[in-house]
Write a protein of this length. Structure first.
Length: 528
């Protein structure tokens, strides 16, 4: 069937469908991009800058090349061959990810994330960018309503982009996972191309060749189970893509020790020894012991940011009623299934800011641990947010916050957090979980405590067994206070101006480099 003279109404409808689907899949690929490279490069400004830049560059080149080609090859078969190639490029993303990440990680976070984004998503986005000018060219002979037709293409393509964004973020990631969504997108593009060749070009053989690429793509990912170079066995128990990151539960076995950890996009959220249930990292002990030393008679606590759930469990065993807030229901589920999390209070699955703004009880302890070390949730660190926290503390109540910060050269963010807390609290103290004199960079987990009234002259003490892997660090540093020199530059953060990610970028970059250097590549999504 020839479309060189005038498109039929059915074919014009098929072109409109093409505009919707291709416009939607452009945004699906862009939204998913952070989930593919996030475990290696994080989900910081570097990654989003790379994704947006590559998408715009690829689409711009696609528009230019597509327009040039449409003027020379204005046959529908060319358009749908391009769409088929886009489908193949999309299907290749999960397969090529490991090799591309192995190649680009040594380039550093900025160059590496940009190069990985360009290699993985650039081809598909470039090919999809060629679709719009081709659609306009094919509809050009609708001269009486050309403006309306072209406007319809762009409107429907934009609506498709909206639908793709909403479905991906709200539904597909949690339902299917990242790899399966790429497989679904690639398959839809191949089916669209095959539909043209079957129903309009009358070339079923060509369609059959396209569909040969579909079978076998929907296999399940293999969980990691291997022995590392140091003899430790690493076993991936479960991996899932939630709306907030790639969650992994992993076990490490070596000698007489077997530990289990939860990570989000490669960042460890907590670990426990399976033999005794104790935390294997030092910072949970600081969140347990320091607030109780400052307020020994508390009986109600709020934990914001669940992690693996061992901190709230410790307070429950002391007879404290503990409410928990976490934005990710999958984190709550994994903490219950794999780390024995239980509490005697309420579990609220919502953003902490909305929880704090609502009417509710006052607490003797508020424990804030939502800082992944890669992205700092600035909306919980503004002047307005800390005022809400202060309002929810009872008289004598203590806020204890765990964050990854710096006492060294890049201390501006840490000092700014302290300055912001001082707008709502009389006393703000900084307690590093390490000895700054023995830490070359001055970077690591910092516990910040804040409360009303004068400084309390209390030395925290160990109140329960500490795991042997963390014991030396806890014993040596528990109760250590650090004070920045008078006049240290700092910014009071607000909802209106909160540039934490900008000022803290060098620290976040070093944290991500450490993760890459110390984590099995297969656990971060690379091949091998």
């Amino acid at each position: 069937m020839s479309h060189a003279t005038r498109p039929t109404r059915a074919f014009l409808g098929f072109l409109l469908l093409t505009a919707v689907l291709c416009g939607g899949l452009v945004m699906v690929i862009e939204v998913l991009g952070s989930r593919v490279i996030g475990p290696f490069f994080g989900v910081s400004l570097f990654v989003w800058t790379s994704l947006i830049s590559v998408a715009l560059i690829a689409l711009a080149l696609g528009y230019a090349v597509g327009g040039w080609l449409a003027d020379r090859r204005d046959r529908p078969g060319w358009l749908y061959a391009i769409i088929a190639l886009a489908g193949v490029a999309t299907l290749l993303v999960p397969l090529a990810r490991g090799a591309v990440l192995d190649l680009t990680v040594p380039l550093g976070l900025r160059t590496g994330s940009f190069t990985a984004t360009l290699l993985l998503f650039g081809p598909a986005l470039w090919l999809l960018g060629m679709v719009s000018p081709y659609l306009v060219k094919l509809a050009r002979r609708e001269s009486a309503s050309l403006g309306f037709t072209v406007g319809g293409f762009y409107a429907l393509s934009t609506l498709g982009s909206v639908a793709g964004t909403v479905l991906t973020g709200f539904v597909l990631i949690g339902l299917l996972g990242v790899d399966r969504i790429f497989q679904l997108c690639g398959t839809l593009l191949l089916l669209l191309s095959a539909g043209y060749f079957v129903f309009f070009a009358r070339r079923p053989a060509a369609a059959a060749l396209l569909l040969l690429a579909v079978p076998g793509w929907f296999g399940s990912a293999t969980l990691v189970d291997r022995v590392m170079a140091n003899g430790t066995r690493v076993t991936e128990i479960e991996t899932l893509d939630s709306h907030y990151g790639r969650l992994q539960v992993t076990e490490y076995s070596g000698g007489d020790t077997r530990t289990r950890e939860l990570s989000i996009d490669g960042l460890i959220q907590g670990g426990m020894d399976l033999a005794n249930g104790l935390p294997v990292y030092e910072y949970p002990y600081f969140l347990q012991f320091v607030p109780v030393a400052l307020q020994p008679d508390g009986d109600r606590a709020l934990v914001i940011g669940l992690g693996v759930g061992m901190v709230p469990g410790w307070y429950v065993r002391r007879g404290v009623t503990v409410d928990v807030v976490d934005i990710d229901p999958d984190v709550v589920d994994l903490a219950r299934r794999y780390f024995g999390f239980t509490t005697n209070g309420r579990v609220a699955v919502e953003d902490a800011r909305t929880f704090l703004a609502a009417e509710g009880p006052r607490y003797d302890y508020i424990l804030l641990d939502v800082f992944s070390g890669d992205v700092t949730p600035g909306h919980l660190l503004s002047r307005e947010a800390v005022a809400l926290i202060a309002e929810r503390l009872d008289a004598g109540g203590v806020l204890a916050m765990n964050l990854i910060g710096s006492l060294g050269e890049d201390h501006f963010m840490t000092a700014s957090v302290l300055a912001t807390l001082r707008t709502a609290f009389d006393t703000v103290e900084l307690m590093p979980t390490f000895d700054p004199a023995r830490n070359a960079t001055g970077e690591g987990n910092l516990v910040v405590v804040a409360y009303q009234g004068p400084q309390r002259a209390v030395t925290p003490r160990v109140l329960s067994p500490v795991h042997r892997l963390a014991a030396a660090q806890v014993q040596a540093n528990l109760g250590r206070r650090h004070v920045f020199p008078e006049g240290t530059p700092a910014l009071v953060l607000s909802d209106d101006y909160n540039p934490i990610d900008v000022f803290d970028a060098p620290l976040r970059e070093r944290v991500r480099r450490t993760i890459i250097a110390t984590t099995e590549p297969q656990l971060l999504g690379a091949g091998g």
